[in-house]
Design a protein. Structure first.
Length: 101
């Protein structure tokens, strides 16, 4: 979320990739397990950021909060799927790098 607030959407996606790359690297197992752990990490992070943005928007009137709901449930699901795909990519890369060293 910090990279997202500093660099916009690309920073947010880069944050997902970096964190899941680290998770995949720490798993120290095969690539499939790295992909699974990266996807689960990204899904959890996506849900937590969704909840925090909704709370900021509805209670404090800051952040994207209520604009998030204008996309509807399908937009939220698509956003979470993008997060999961990025998490899988980061987990695979991290797991591959871990097996190479």
């Amino acid at each position: 979320m910090v990279l997202g607030s500093l660099f916009g959407a690309l920073g947010s996606y880069a944050g997902f990739i970096l964190v899941t790359l680290w998770v995949g690297y720490r798993v120290n197992e095969d690539v499939a397990n790295g992909a699974l752990n990266g996807a689960l990490t990204a899904l959890l992070a996506g849900f937590l950021s969704l909840i925090s943005m909704y709370i900021m928007g509805s209670i404090f009137n800051i952040g994207p909060g209520m604009d998030l709901l204008s996309f509807g449930i399908s937009g939220i699901i698509i956003g979470l799927l993008v997060d999961v795909i990025l998490g899988m990519i980061g987990g695979v890369i991290g797991s591959y790098l871990s097996s190479r060293t």
